[in-house]
Write a protein that binds this ligand. Structure first.
Ligand code: EPU
Length: 342
């Protein structure tokens, strides 16, 4: 039985906490309900929004279409080998709880991605990444419902076009594939990935008193995140608000000639990734506020809902930051969360 809520309040369903309504809301608890949802009069393949934990979406106003909240749960073992397993988690599982589950079962691979807000089903969409690891490295396949053909399919990782904060689900698969579950290939043998600056330092400190393990790395990651990133339950936010820009080598060299201390990360294709947080910070924008929206004072890449922010405040602040950074550094920042028109 599917219940359709008209004029539904979306404020508690996305982590930025903006006061917006959806034309209609359905909560899906079983992927088998998808064919029925397609039959609803409110359903329109081009405008339906599939919502996970709402940690990577920003509403520019009321949502004029149907919102389907993916709340299906379940974790199951698919395949067990000597050193690795394939494990499937339903799209509606809470990401951090799933990471904890894998650690409790002696599986490693996802520890660097601890405490990322959102659900399992949202993880492949933007190929979530942190502390030197992107989720694509552990994804075996993504289970989807193909709205075009009305059938359940499974896309292998190689078919998902994963890239930095990007995948097929942001492009040609956007209104076509509904992610129902994700299969992960995880290891029983722990291989630490602690090359990322801050993490290397904290893990080195912690491993003086406890043995180095996936759980210890997860604890170190949680420690760093909690010290820099606001908890969305306390201060509304959508994680990093802009992508770290990837620029041509000549652009990076010109910047480095002027600012030798600028963080920069050479990419395999010869281009260079810059730290958007550093660029914003250099413009003196930490703490800058427009209406109720502000730049987080501990990490300039995160915008927060300081006090009853409206969608207009967030749009104005984002545009202001983009203009300041473009004027000073000649680099255009693009937004990381998905913007949804009102
Ligand atoms: N920096 C500043 N000032 C700031 C923020 C950053 O100078 O206000 C400098 C830092 O000192 C550092 C560099 O910029 O030298 C990079 O900062 P940080 O290590 O905090 O990481 P980030 O590049 O800002 C990215 C991800 C985060 C992820 C961290 C850790 C993106 C868009 N963001 O942030 O992901 O947690 O690395 O791996 O790639 C997210 O996507 O929502 C997210 C939080």
């Amino acid at each position: 039985m599917i219940t359709v809520l008209p004029q539904a309040d979306l404020q508690p369903l996305h982590t930025f906490g903006l006061p917006v309504l959806a034309r209609a809301l359905v909560t899906l608890t079983d992927a088998a309900q998808l064919p029925q949802i397609m039959q609803l009069p409110e359903f329109n393949m081009n405008s339906v929004l599939w919502l996970g934990g709402g940690s990577n979406v920003l509403f520019a106003g009321n949502y004029p279409g149907l919102v389907v909240r993916m709340a299906n749960r379940g974790i199951r073992l698919i395949e067990e080998r000597q050193h690795e397993v394939v494990i499937e988690a339903a799209a509606g599982e809470v990401w951090h709880d799933f990471v904890q589950y894998t650690l409790r079962h002696g599986l490693s691979g996802l520890e660097n991605l601890s405490l990322i807000p959102g659900t399992v089903g949202a993880a492949p969409v933007q190929n979530i990444g942190a502390y030197g690891v992107e989720v694509q490295s552990c994804i075996e396949s993504v289970c989807c419902f193909d709205l075009t053909h009305g059938q359940f399919i499974r896309l292998l990782a190689d078919d998902c076009a994963f890239a930095y904060r990007d995948s097929i689900f942001k492009h040609e698969g956007k209104q076509r594939y509904v992610i129902t579950a994700v299969r992960f290939r995880l290891s029983r043998t722990f291989v630490p990935q602690v090359g990322y600056g801050d993490l290397a330092r904290i893990v080195a400190q912690m491993s003086q008193t406890s043995p180095l393990s996936a759980t210890l790395v997860a604890q170190a990651v949680c420690h760093i995140r909690q010290s820099k990133l606001p908890d969305p339950r306390i201060l509304g936010n959508a994680g990093s608000f802009f992508k770290n820009p990837i620029v041509d080598l000549s652009v990076a060299q010109a910047l480095l000639a002027q600012y030798p201390q600028a963080p920069h990360y050479p990419q395999p294709d010869g281009r260079v990734k810059l730290a958007a947080g550093w660029l914003i910070d250099q413009c003196g924008l930490k703490g800058h506020q427009i209406g109720g929206a502000a730049v987080h004072d501990k990490q300039a890449l995160v915008l927060v809902n300081k006090h009853q922010a409206t969608a207009t405040d967030v749009v104005a602040l984002a545009r202001y930051i983009q203009t300041m950074v473009a004027d000073r550094f000649g680099v255009m920042l693009s937004t990381e969360p998905v913007w949804l028109a009102g």
